[in-house]
Design a protein. Structure first.
Lengths: 333, 246
């Protein structure tokens, strides 16, 4: 209803849109879709509107959320990283292997998971920038390699259970009543948003995604930047792997299957362009939340999970369509 | 000392030799026209000067200092700017972002926090530069991809002039422009020369070249074919050098 009121006053609506776009780097429309969805679901289910359910949604969104940060950074640079779901699994397995099988101290789980992710990302970056192989192929290859290695490392290909309490706290702790994974996601998202929207690194990433030529001509070291981005993407996948492992108390080689696609979906619903030059971390978080709210809400009102997939697919296509209509209108204005 | 010296530069792409031993000297405060047929090596030669391409052999000196090993970014910092034929603009970014691309001013809150790009300063400076060029641009907050060809050209020129360049290379700056816009680019070139900046103008439009240059260099099949003072030559002579009929 608030949206309708501002719609009536076209001018202030546009000013608000401009503010969101330029200051917060967030499309106002995506936020309104999320609000409308929450409003509708709170009418449809008596259980939807509560603090504990909201925390549930946030908790369920953390893994995809962290991966969506990685996807947004990479897509903004006109790149693609299909390996993040598998690298997430490998990172969790390596972390768990370090402190369960090898019985190393608990912090080695953190170092192992983040290090594995960063290493996989760095390898992606090196191959992409030093050969002519497209990122699609390189990261598709890494998707297979990381998934295979997860099963090879895990004894008998099964999950590695029994993590030390300090690690489990990262997934199941609740400082100030807020689940630790939610705090980790928020920290990662805020840091990444700052970098992408306000730092030189972020501006160069967007410029490179927009036009490789322009970035090169103005002296931006594009290859080095690209390597940093893929390493960051891998490290974030490692972080997602760490959090997921801690939450389920296991390094599981089947974790994160198809999560790369969910992460890309969240990024694109949030207004990031598949072709680079445009990206918003806050938008990706809203996108991930739209997906999380849809899943949670449809569960609560007893809709089959297959319909959830249908709904998310439709939202994705709709989001891009609205975006295109918007840009067409701007071009005319 | 000459501003720029190119000594015996060669450059091949695979089996194709694009530059075979080019020597060229550019003085400050002069306008040099660089002409030649398609594929003569004009753009390649300029890109070895800006650092986009590394030379195979030879040396490039700026104010007597060898700059072969420097990156394009480092060469820009030393005052070599180029306006590319395709403009090399990031079309989805706004005017200020394009003008300051690669050189964004950074500010730090409390002097310790990680630096953020000073967008307010960029916007003010970008507007100043656009005004100085006497250009009309609807809004500097719009993505440059929404502008006309001439307006985009203005943004590319503004980017090259914002950081006090010593040498400005223009690759076909008038090719996509209307007559009135061409006039203002030529006026700008004269203005730059009077400020002591060296300009290299690559153009197929010999009328423009004759109108604004001090000297015309003809490149043919990767070699300097002729180096003529503009006052003492004629269109017919230049054309005959270009086609190799001299």
């Amino acid at each position: 209803m608030a949206a309708e009121q501002t719609l009536a006053q076209g001018d202030s609506w546009r000013r608000l849109q401009f503010f969101f776009d330029t200051k917060l780097h967030l499309r106002l429309e995506s936020l309104i879709v999320l609000a409308a969805l929450c409003l509708a679901l709170s009418f449809l289910s008596p259980y939807f509107l509560s603090v504990s359910n909201f925390l549930n949604i946030l908790l369920a969104t953390t893994t995809i959320g962290i991966l969506a940060v990685a996807a947004t950074l990479i897509l903004s640079s006109a790149g693609l990283d299909l390996s993040i779901g598998s690298v997430m699994a490998l990172s969790g397995v390596v972390g768990a292997y370090f402190c369960v099988v090898l019985e190393w101290p608990w912090f080695m789980a953190i170092i192992g998971a983040l290090g594995t992710g960063a290493l996989a990302g760095a390898i992606n970056g090196q191959i992409i920038t030093r050969t002519q192989i497209p990122a699609f192929i390189v990261t598709l290859g890494m998707l297979g390699i990381a998934r295979g290695l997860s099963f090879i490392i895990a004894p008998n290909g099964g999950a590695i259970y029994g993590l030390p309490p300090a690690v489990i706290y990262l997934g199941q702790g609740r400082p100030f009543g807020i689940p630790t994974p939610v705090i980790i996601l928020a920290a990662a998202a805020i840091a990444a948003h700052y970098v992408l929207a306000y730092s030189r690194f972020g501006r160069h990433t967007l410029a490179m995604g927009d036009s490789d030529n322009a970035a090169r001509a103005t002296g931006i070291p594009v290859e080095r930047l690209r390597r940093k981005l893929y390493t960051t993407s891998g490290a974030l996948a490692g972080l997602a792997g760490l959090v997921f492992m801690a939450r389920v108390n296991a390094g599981d080689p089947v974790a994160g299957i198809n999560y790369e696609l969910a992460a890309i979906t969240a990024a694109i619903i949030g207004g990031t362009s598949l072709f680079g030059g445009k990206g918003s971390i806050l938008g990706a978080m809203v996108g991930a939340l739209i997906m999380g709210v849809l899943q949670n809400g449809l569960n609560l009102i007893g809709v089959q999970s297959y319909f959830q997939q249908v709904a998310i697919g439709a939202v994705l296509i709709l989001a891009v369509w609205i975006d295109q209509l918007q840009s067409a209108k701007e071009r005319k204005a | 000392m000459s501003l720029l010296q190119v000594k015996g530069v060669t450059k091949s792409f695979g089996a194709i030799k694009v530059l075979s031993g080019v020597d060229l000297i550019i003085e400050a405060g002069t306008v040099t026209g660089l002409v030649g047929d398609n594929g003569a090596g004009k753009s390649t030669l300029m890109k070895t000067i800006t650092g986009i391409y590394a030379v195979d052999e030879g040396e490039i000196l700026l104010s007597g200092e060898v700059i072969n090993g420097l990156s394009p970014g480092a060469r820009r910092q030393k005052g070599i700017e180029m306006i590319y034929q395709d403009l090399a603009l990031a079309k989805q970014q706004d005017v200020a972002a394009n003008i300051f691309l690669g050189r964004e001013p950074v500010k730090r809150a409390f002097g310790i926090l990680p630096g953020y790009v000073d967008k307010a300063k960029m916007d003010t400076e970008a507007q100043k530069m656009i005004d100085r060029l006497g250009a009309r641009i609807p809004s500097i907050h719009r993505p440059v991809g929404m502008f006309s060809g001439g307006q985009q050209q203005t943004v590319a020129i503004a980017r090259a002039l914002t950081f006090n360049p010593k040498l400005v290379i223009m690759d076909e700056p008038t090719a996509a422009l209307a007559v009135r816009e061409v006039e203002s680019v030529l006026k700008l070139i004269r203005q730059l020369r009077d400020e002591g900046i060296a300009v290299v103008l690559i153009s197929h439009r010999l009328n423009d070249v004759f109108e604004v240059t001090d000297r015309i260099v003809v490149l043919r099949q990767g070699r300097i074919e002729a180096d003529l003072p503009t006052q003492k030559t004629q269109m017919r002579e230049v054309v005959s050098y270009i086609v190799g009929a001299h």
